[in-house]
Ligand binder design. Sequence first.
Ligand code: ADP
Ligand code: ADP
Ligand code: MG
Length: 543
Amino acid sequence: TCGICVEKCPFDAIEIINLPSELAEDPVHRYGENAFSLYGLPVPESGSVTGILGPNGIGKSTAVHALAGELTPNLGRHGEDAPGWETVIDRFRGTELQTYLETLQEGAISVARKPQYVDQIPKQFDGNTRDLLERTDERGALDDLIDRLQIRPVMDQDIDSISGGELQRVAIAACLARDADFYFLDEITPYLDIGQRMTAARLIRELAEDDDRSMLVVEHDLAILDLLADTLHVAYGEPGAYGVITDPKSVRNGINEYLKGYLDNENMRIRPDSITFEEHAPRVSSKENELVEYPDLRKSYGEGEFSLEVESGTIYESEVLGIVGPNGIGKSTLAKLFAGSLEPDEGSLEFALDIAYKPQYIEIDQPIRVDAFLSSITDRVGTSYWNTEIADPLQLDRIMEQNLTDLSGGERQRVAIAACLSEDADLYVLDEPSAHLDVEQRVQATSAIRRYAENHDATVLVIDHDIYMIDLLADRLMVFDGEPADHGHAKPPQEMRAGMNDFLADLDITFRRDERTGRPRINKPESQKDREQKRTGEYYYSA
Ligand code: ADP
Ligand code: ADP
Ligand code: MG
């Protein structure tokens, strides 16, 4: 260990060139002797969207409690030594936080908040969507929010009967409908498809720009965060032990530095490797051996319910095939057809493939330990090979002895990905591996899946809404279109350029490239680049 970390080095004993200088000072808050310490605070600014980028357990919510006046920072001093507000404000004298904290202390700041785990809402609220939303309509904006977030169809439905994606949109509407000075949204994208993510991002931007409100957003989808935020604080440290929130950076520099794994101003390495994107259409797939050729397929759920039409196509050995499309369009249905857990109504799948399938909704509720569960799938658990390939990148070591039933959503997701990749199979199908993972875990899971595919010549199908994850993983793309919840249509797999153009044209979104790093960035609608790229039909890659 390097001296600050209580446990193992989170970066696997990389050479830490220097320690964060903040750690020499008193923290902003410490929960108790040897308990979690937070260094630094984000700076909310009216008329502006401030982002926080960092792993879970790093102090983001703690910082928000402080900014909301629900927790008086103790500057690391407890009991009789605990400082009063004046001392706290004194600590921030001369910084932008001084005025904010003064106003807060006068009781002149109101806060609206969207919680991170929307799944908890039904446990706390009895009633339908209308009951929940009506009491939040403080600005007279609710009707517009309901329409733009497409909540209207579930207004009379009980809150405990609506889907995760619907709950997320209801929770966003409930927060934005309030009349507050300071809005805090802890993740806006879970369960949402790309179109819905864009809508949520635009609503938040409008409230800042047109209404001069101050918005603070935690988000792990980098493409959306980039579109959403003006400035960005990167949070780093050791989850559960200490967290440092940097001074604000421009959103562009913040994300670039985060991906590079090195924070420039802080002179701080936060990850051993950098993550890079290819600017030009990559990897014109040179795959030769067919894994399967599947025929036209049809599947419908009962009379007049959803129907899926699949155009015949080929999947090659050892390719990673990305699968994209809106929610409710039949992606999971296709995964289940390939996995053999559903039978098609027309066409037949007669391949004798062993398929390892990670479903979208993970139900691993047996009361057994993680190590026992994984050992029931492979006898390689605990070998150095398995540790390097699977346990380390998925950060399993700390949860191996816990019961499956006690795991958080993100922990469960990592165990499920590990379980899928640990199987000996011809085809691996991963349905939404990014769900519930924080940004650092997505980065790690992405490289684990990619490396696994390359080292094992494995064929992998990945369904996901995180465009950076799809870009980093996929060799080719399968695009769905149709009318969600009514009918879906799966096109044959295409090369990345054609597939991205197809998919993004449907969404009316274009990407430009960051000049310095080549990272894809969503264009402002109607900007010159946006119009030019739509005219030439290049939605994603530069020609
Ligand atoms: P994040 O929002 O980044 O996920 P949090 O601010 O919720 O992180 O938590 C940071 C750390 O502080 C976690 O290890 C958490 O267990 C700990 N923590 C949070 N609240 C308390 C508390 N009231 N008492 C002691 N520890 C706490
Ligand atoms: P996606 O994965 O693209 O979000 P799904 O394949 O999960 O889409 O679902 C497509 C549509 O089929 C949705 O409208 C969903 O409600 C419906 N559906 C899924 N499973 C069933 C089922 N077992 N019975 C009836 N309808 C279903
Ligand atoms: Mg699905």
